[in-house]
Design a protein around this ligand. Structure first.
Ligand code: ADP
Ligand code: MG
Length: 671
């Protein structure tokens, strides 16, 4: 059967599915729901736990009311059951008033929170069936119910559409369910338990393929360009900087230099805590490369960071006679053409930029060294894509990965087994550790007082807000815009406050950061765009709103933006105290923080698979895996690879891994 033959799929819907990357029934089945609402269990109002998603069966008391505030609005109404009453609220859904007033009996599903001292139901959905309801990533023109009905038809052929991809013995040994069973369970679960089993199966599969890919890449490491530089080059480099290197910086650059002179292409990851001075190490490696007559590229995850590196390095290289280019997307056509020409001819030796560095049409004359900064989330596929820019069958450029998320060594071996690892576990001298405090709402005014005294002393501060627009659900997330206004009208009146956020036009973003770095503004209100790499040493204070919404590693990254100068720095986490956040109060050691984070969230994030859904395994499966599962997968790969009797099974898995890596790295290099 074809997708077009399914009842309910006409030409328009077919087009919509295609646009969403679904072009076959198999794709349809592999595009599993992104979340579920467990509407199965009805609880009484009195038993509804604050902070949980609940299903309530209730009667409407009185009429629903609509209140408007400016462009925003809120519908509220009270409902009862035998155990009590509860108010429900819908933000920015004015039509709910009509809907509610049309009938009296409702089944609601939604989050129970507290407002004042009373329980409240937030933006609940009206349910008609008691079951686990899947929700799919929205596709325009295909309502959720229709999507589900279409999937149900395809499920009739799940066994032929989704043949088993793992050998039975692996399923048995690790207690995993079959592929078709798991796909069915994800689309039409009869219990949460089934969903968990299915997720575990795909998480394991993804981790196993990842392990196979790591081993594959490691085994075929290609020849590199043997770089030729004199021994004193390293010392000369360190002497050319305004500061003396730390022991860790020196050691790491020596390890890199050793690799660069070797026959095999370097594949090394530098793991260093925020502020450990990785940039200086990267620049040293770049200098060694250009001094030996070759080209190098430094790739950063954001434009801000790419520009910052470019600004910081351009003069250094150009003074020494090496042309230096910035390559980002959205450059004026002529400028881009000229830049590309200088890289292709070899006139420029240093390329600094974003993903644009590996986009189609970028040709290097002689790329011998690739460095990625802050790309700890990059997986094997991305590394492969980057290397391929300067590689042929036999040769590959040297690769240096600068990671900002230090992770425990045992995990590093599992995850980055294809890379050698240098650890920078030392901060430049004279740094005072950032003092971190959890600040509850009652202490807010006091904190602003402290902020003002720091600003008066000539320091600068970041204030981090999670979202730009007030969230639709209407909860009290501070929007960066509204918050910046609130600050300038209130506690920070008379101080200069700037603003930057993710969707801001690049030029404005750049201007905001420039002005902040130049000391022209005292406070920068920002979303997490400043998470990586931004370096403004005079900034000594950071306030993070809604801190509990972030992972520990991300908070540690954010806090790493302060404590870069010699002043005592502060990080205030706005939140109710909890054990998770206390980890950050207790330690400034990124390795410690990472360990705690991994324990709490599992390794999915680090495996970097979340953002790369791929049609070989249901989207982001690894996110559901635990550390334990990752070690199991690693163990399994090890056993298969080492056991000659299992050669055919291993080959099959390596083959799948290769297809996956090729697919993903293709996608990466095009984007
Ligand atoms: P990260 O490892 O987080 O990328 P950076 O490379 O941005 O850290 O370095 C942070 C700051 O420390 C920069 O301002 C840099 O100039 C400074 N720095 C780096 N190495 C040293 C050193 N050995 N001594 C003093 N300051 C240093
Ligand atoms: Mg850095």
């Amino acid at each position: 059967m074809e997708l077009s033959q399914i009842k309910g799929v006409g030409p328009n819907r077919l087009k919509a599915f295609h646009a969403a990357g679904i072009s076959s029934l198999r794709d349809l089945l592999y595009a599993v729901p992104v979340k579920y609402r467990n509407v199965g269990q009805i609880v009484e109002i009195a038993d509804a736990q604050v902070g949980t998603q609940c299903t309530l069966q209730v009667l409407r008391e009185g009429e629903a009311k609509l209140i408007r505030h400016g462009r925003k609005c809120q519908v509220t109404c009270t409902f009862t059951d035998d155990s009590g009453a509860i108010t429900a609220c819908w933000f920015n859904q004015p039509w709910m008033k009509e809907t509610l007033n049309r009938q009296t009996r409702f089944t609601f599903h939604g989050l129970v929170d507290v407002f004042g001292r009373r329980k409240r139901l937030m933006n609940p959905s009206i349910e008609t069936e008691l079951r686990i309801v899947p929700s799919y990533k929205p596709i325009e023109g295909v309502p959720q119910k229709t999507h589900e009905a279409i999937v149900r038809q395809a499920l009739e052929e799940v066994h032929s559409l989704c043949p088993e991809t793992l050998p039975q013995e692996i399923l048995d040994k690790h207690g995993l369910v079959g592929c078709a069973w798991a796909i069915r369970a994800l689309h039409a679960p009869s219990s949460m338990e089934e969903i968990a089993q299915a997720q575990k199966r795909f998480a394991f599969e993804q981790m196993l393929l990842y392990q196979a890919a790591v081993r594959m890449v490691r085994d075929v490491r290609r020849a590199g360009t043997v770089l030729d530089f004199a021994d004193p080059a390293l010392d000369e480099y360190w002497q050319s900087l305004p500061f003396a290197p730390t022991g860790a910086q020196k050691r790491t650059l020596e390890e890199i230099a050793h690799d660069l002179r070797g026959e095999r292409a370097m594949a090394r990851m530098v793991q260093g805590d925020v502020g450990s001075g990785k940039t200086a190490v990267a620049m040293g490696a770049m200098l060694l490369c250009v001094q030996s007559g070759h080209q190098c590229a430094l790739m950063a995850p954001t434009e801000i960071l790419a520009r910052q590196h470019y600004e910081g390095m351009k003069d250094y290289f150009e003074k020494r006679g090496y042309g230096c280019e910035l390559l980002i997307s959205g450059m004026p056509a002529k400028q881009r053409r000229d830049t590309l020409a200088r890289l292709e001819s070899g006139e420029s030796r240093v390329a600094i930029g974003t993903h644009a560095l590996i986009s189609k049409g970028v040709i290097y004359q002689d790329l011998a060294l690739c460095i990625t900064d802050e790309q700890h989330r990059f997986g094997v596929a991305q590394r492969t894509a980057l290397i391929n820019k300067g590689a042929d069958e036999a040769h590959a450029p040297h690769l240096l990965v600068m990671s900002a998320t230090p992770i425990p060594r045992s995990l590093a071996l599992v995850m980055f087994g294809d890379l050698d690892i240098s650890i920078m576990d030392e901060l430049p001298p004279g740094r005072l550790p950032v003092t971190t405090r959890i600040v509850s709402e009652e202490k807010r005014e006091g904190m602003y007082g402290f902020l003002r005294s720091e600003l008066d002393a000539g320091r600068q501060a970041y204030i981090v807000c999670p979202l730009v627009e007030e969230s639709e659900t209407g909860d009290d997330l501070k929007s960066a815009k509204a918050y910046a206004d609130e600050l300038t009208d209130g506690p920070l009146s008379g101080y200069t406050v700037g603003l930057t956020y993710g969707s801001q036009p690049a030029a404005d973003k750049q201007e905001a950061l420039r002005a902040f770095a130049a000391g022209e503004m005292q406070v920068l209100v920002a979303t997490t765009v400043i998470e990586v790499g931004v370096n403004v040493p005079n900034a000594s204070l950071m306030i993070i709103e809604d801190a509990e919404r972030y992972g520990l590693a991300q908070l540690h990254q954010l806090r790493g933006r302060v404590g870069r100068g010699t002043a005592q720095s502060w990080c205030f986490l706005m939140a109710r105290p909890n054990d998770r956040l206390k980890t950050l109060v207790k330690t400034n050691d990124g390795f410690e923080v990472a360990r705690a984070d991994l324990e709490q969230r599992g390794p999915g994030e680090l495996l970097g698979t979340r953002q790369h859904g791929d049609a070989m395994i249901p989207g982001g499966a690894a996110a559901y895996g635990s550390m334990q599962l990752l070690y199991e997968a690693s163990q399994c790969a090890e056993e298969l690879q080492m056991n000659p009797e299992k050669a055919d099974v291993w080959q099959q898995i390596v083959h799948q891994a290769a297809v996956l890596v090729a697919k993903l790295s293709d996608r990466v290099s095009i984007s």
